[in-house]
Structures are given as C-alpha cells and as structure tokens.
Design a protein around this ligand. Structure first.
Ligand SMILES: Cc1cc2nc3c(=O)[nH]c(=O)nc-3n(C[C@H](O)[C@H](O)[C@H](O)COP(=O)(O)O)c2cc1C
Length: 277
C-alpha cells in the first residue's frame, strides 16, 4: 500500500511522501489513496452504471455533516438522454454531460425548510439572509463531495459542472425547481473512457495552503513560482500549451467579463428566492 501511496502523493505534489506521513496513514489508507487518485473525467463510455450506484452515492452524500442538521440541500438525478443534452447546451455545450449516463444537479434547497416552517405556522425571516444561503450551499458542496469520494472509490469517474450556473432561470425551468431552490453545480458520473485517461493534476505545495498556528504567506511567492514550473510540466505532459498556473489565475480574475455571464449572479439569486439580506 505504501508504494502506491507514495506514487499517488508524488503525482499530486511532484514531491516525496514526507516521512511523518508514512506510518500515520496505515489505518484508512485505502480512502486516502482513493482521494489522492482523484482526477476530473471528461471522456466517458456511454455504458450504464451498476444498479444501486445512485442510491449509494446519495447515501454517502447524506452521511456528510450538515449545518444545524437542516439538511438544506437536494439533488436531481438526470438520466434521460434528451434532458442531459438540453442541460449540456445550457452548461456551455459541455459534451460530457450528454455522454455520461448520469448527471446529478446539486441544489441549495431552502424551499423544503420553508415548507416545513410554513406548515409549523412559524415566521421564517432567516431564510432571506445571506448566512442561510451559505448554509445551504456549504451543505450541498459537502454532500456532493462525499458522493464523489464514494463514486470514485467504486472506480467511476466524475466531473463537477460549474457551468450549471450559466443560466439559472432556464435550469430551474428544465428541472421544475421551486423558489428558494437553486442548482449550484452539476456532476457527471460514468465509466471513464480508457482510450482518453485523465491524469492526476498537481496541486500547490502544502506549505502554501497549510498555515500552522497563524496565517503566514511570506514563503508563498517562491513556492508558487516552483508550482508554476510544476504545473507547466504537467501541461506539456498532457500535450497542452505551456502555461504558468499563476498567470491563468490572474487572467481568470482580470475582469467581470471573465465570469462568462455569471457576473449577474446576485440578480439571479434574488430571482430564485435568495435575496441575500
Ligand atoms: C465547483 C466546480 C465546478 C467545476 N466546473 C467545471 C466545468 O463546468 N467543466 C469542467 O470541465 N470542469 C469543471 N470543474 C473541474 C475543475 O476544472 C477541476 O476540478 C480542476 O481543474 C482540477 O482538476 P482535477 O479535478 O482533475 O484535479 C469544476 C470543479 C468544481 C469544484
């Protein structure tokens, strides 16, 4: 197991597994290996998923912690090919949505708790607040990532689809979403196409994201320069254009137009019943 963990750690950081990690991961090592082996999959076989895959993924999702046990998320499982094609178009023509047999739409869902509060005859003014919206979006993200972990451990591939937020009103219409319920991101699920394997994408060195006792970005610049070189090597290995990661990040944030239409998100949220008071 340690050999495989070492290989996965190296793929993720392009660095050796630190000595102190070696022994600490013996228990639960399979889970860590599966997590370290994550890669987004964008090429799928059209083959059906094993029976029970969806139910097991949702059980994993529902096992995630949830703020105040509000369970303020829902998911729409879309298997119908015609609907997946329409969603693929709405999400920026991402073909993998139409090919993968399952597309899961993860929802920040305050509509259910509103119905519960209404039936109880109680005021529900807190639903209008930004904090409650954050609770629902964090819940949805934690649930989805638990599902991803379970699906990947079963050998399936996934890719999140933020393009789901390109057209919130149209998505709501397609999926019959009520007010106070919004699709935050999608998730393709399917068998990875062995003809187009995805690779583990290196991440920032741990010392950039892990701060001990207090926040300290002093070493960041040099470490990110080293990561730029590492990310560039990955690009070349993948046959992709040479690119410094930090430049991609900076360009991505260079103007509201870089948000690809999602710069109107505040208005979209208000229209979906999230006034963000
Ligand atoms: C919330 C979220 C939205 C994403 N949206 C898309 C998307 O619309 N299309 C896509 O191809 N990848 C999408 N991704 C995948 C990221 O591009 C990917 O996770 C990142 O490049 C790191 O690569 P890796 O997942 O292979 O390690 C998304 C990821 C997240 C977490």
């Amino acid at each position: 197991m340690t050999d495989r963990l070492e290989a996965l750690w190296h793929a993720r950081y392009r660095n050796a597994l630190p000595d102190r990690v070696d022994r600490a991961v013996q228990a639960g090592g399979d889970l860590l290996e599966s997590l370290l082996g994550h890669r987004s999959v964008r090429s799928y076989l059209p083959d059906a998923l094993p029976p029970g895959t969806l139910e097991k993924a949702v059980a994993a999702a529902q096992s995630a912690a949830t703020s105040s046990n509000l369970q303020s998320w829902s998911v729409v499982a879309v298997e119908d090919a015609a609907r997946r094609s329409r969603l693929a178009a709405l999400c920026g023509n991402q073909a993998h949505i139409a090919v993968a047999p399952l597309f899961m739409v993860w929802l920040a869902d305050l509509s259910r708790v509103e119905r519960i509060a209404t039936r109880a005859g109680l005021d529900h003014g807190a639903l209008d607040h930004t904090e409650t919206f954050l609770v629902a979006t964090i819940d949805a993200a934690l649930a989805a990532q638990n599902a991803v972990a379970a699906l990947e451990a079963a050998g399936l591939g996934t890719v999140y689809i933020g393009g789901l937020r390109n057209h919130p009103a149209e998505i709501a219409k397609e999926l019959h979403l009520p007010q106070r319920c919004m699709g935050m991101f999608g998730l393709c699920v399917g068998w990875p196409d062995p003809g187009h394997p995805a690779s583990i994408k290196p991440r920032l060195p741990q010392d950039v994201v892990l701060h001990r006792e207090h926040y300290d970005p002093r070493q960041e610049e040099a470490l990110i320069a080293a990561y730029d070189a590492c990310a560039d090597t990955f690009q070349k290995e993948q046959g992709l254009p040479s690119r410094a990661w930090s430049l991609t990040v900076a360009e991505r944030l260079s103007g509201a137009e870089r948000l690809g239409g999602r710069e109107t998100m505040r208005e979209s949220l208000a229209a979906r019943g999230f006034p963000l008071a």
